[in-house]
Design a protein around this ligand. Structure first.
Ligand code: RM4
Ligand code: MN
Ligand code: MN
Length: 441
């Protein structure tokens, strides 16, 4: 199966089942064009500088996590959607579908060892054929893998036994090597290290050991690479996490050096945390790596972006745009934009399409905030007006603007509709079978 408008001579699709043709996109867009134009004209009447907004939206790309292309589950059960990608090639094919539909998902983030490429050069070519780059590579020292010598039951980089720490450090360095072969430029380190009970751990020693281990990994980074240190409040450890919040991560990344940054996963905070303020301050310190986008009601729920707290997502983007502009940063490339989600009851591809759309909506809303008026309201302590200004942007239906950006890049005006009407899932099931299980969450 392949996308027939992909112009690639060397990578030949294995089968001729064509599920998504360029003509299908055009044909589908024709159906929606008249009403789209009407909606777009209506919304843009009130917006200044629409062309520069559209350009920013077109440039903005969100990486898809390779580990979220199959159906997720909990420890209670897992209910497959069928046709899941069984190998890295198929995962790339899936991200290729998403990107063809929205042209906003031009990157994939890999998790090692779930996605070790057997032939990196070929994988790189395959990804390029779908217009995809490799975003951050992720290490995994939260599971014991088959044939692994030592266990991570009591942590990895923090472990009391030097030999376990060494094993975990070497794994991270190996992940960097895989990333280099694929053209990736950053390593994401998420540690499940911590403790489940009071007294189990000496916090200071755990911190020091983790720091020394991170230093060794940091030393192995190529000059143009970044290291992302992700924090998480709880789970799988329920008493303490060694990188439990942004303060702890920032302590590590500040001491490590200029190539280390703090990664914000939206689901990794204690309830009601003011994430937009965290983001603003991390940017102020030039220490924000970027995001693992998802949404949550209770904890690390990994729900569809924007499905629970869309206003929070908008407020985060409002701080991002303000902070990036204050520092003259490139919105599309200076921070890492990645999704980290799990889909237990939805088709993963549909869920990811919705997630990317939610991100684009929040970004577009942040772009249309009347910044001059907001600064004025803030400086004069006009609290009511400040709220009005933010909510005027948030309450604007910017979907026609996102759709216009897609139209201009040859993507689908209605990606989800087209995904459904072209029966992509049914074809994937036909080709890959009902029982294929993807590695990942
Ligand atoms: C963690 C964390 C990491 C992700 C793993 C699979 O909760 O969010 O980013 O790599 O899950
Ligand atoms: Mn994450
Ligand atoms: Mn998580």
């Amino acid at each position: 199966m392949h996308l027939d408008f992909i112009n690639c001579k060397r990578i030949q699709p294995k089968k001729e089942a064509m599920v998504l043709k360029k003509e299908s996109i055009e044909e589908s867009n024709q159906k929606y064009l008249a009403s789209h134009k009407q909606n777009f004209d209506f919304v843009t009447k009130k917006i200044n500088g629409i062309d520069s907004i559209l350009k920013k939206l077109i440039d903005f790309q969100v990486a898809i996590p390779s580990w979220a292309l199959g159906t997720g589950g909990t420890r209670f059960g897992r209910f497959s959607v069928g046709g899941e990608p069984g190998n890295l090639e198929q995962k790339i094919e899936d991200v290729g579908f998403i990107h063809a539909l929205n042209k906003s998902s031009g990157a994939i983030s890999l998790h090692i060892p779930w996605d070790i490429p057997s032939d990196p050069a070929e994988i790189k070519k395959l990804a390029a054929a779908y217009g995809l780059k490799f975003d951050a590579v992720n290490s995994n020292t939260f599971q014991d893998l088959p044939n692994q010598a030592l266990s991570y039951k009591f942590g990895s980089l923090q472990h009391t036994d030097k030999a376990v720490r060494k094993q975990a450090i070497e794994h991270n360095i190996e992940v960097i090597q895989h990333g280099i072969a694929l053209g990736s430029k950053s390593l994401s380190v998420w540690l499940s290290d911590g403790s489940c009970f009071p007294g189990q751990l000496n916090f200071r020693k755990a911190w020091q050991r983790t720091f020394e281990s991170l230093q060794e990994i940091y030393e192995a980074l190529p000059a143009d690479w970044k290291m992302f240190v992700e924090y998480k409040a709880f789970e799988p450890n329920f008493y303490s996490m060694t990188v439990g919040d942004w303060g702890q991560s920032l302590l590590f990344t500040s001491k490590l050096g200029p190539k280390a940054f703090t990664l914000v996963d939206l689901g990794h905070h204690l309830p009601n945390a003011n994430i937009e303020q965290i983001v603003s301050l991390l940017m102020m310190e030039n220490k924000l790596a970027g995001f693992h986008f998802n949404d949550s009601k209770y904890g690390d729920d990994d729900l569809t972006v924007g499905s629970i707290k869309p206003y929070q997502l908008f407020l985060i983007f409002n701080e991002l745009v303000e902070g990036m502009d204050a520092k003259g940063m490139n919105h599309a490339t200076d921070l890492a934009w990645m999704i980290d989600a799990s889909h237990n009851v939805k088709d993963p591809l549909e869920d990811l399409l919705q997630s990317v759309e939610a991100i684009m909506i929040a970004y577009a809303q942040a772009l249309i905030v009347d910044k001059v008026a907001l600064v004025e309201a803030q400086e004069t302590n006009d609290v009511t007006l400040a709220q009005e200004i933010l909510q005027a942007a948030y309450r604007t239906d910017v979907r026609p603007i996102i759709a216009e950006a897609r139209l201009r890049t040859g993507a689908a005006l209605e990606p989800l509709q087209l995904f459904r009407s072209s029966k992509i899932r049914a074809q994937l099931i036909k080709e890959r079978g009902e029982k294929n299980i993807a590695t990942g969450l």
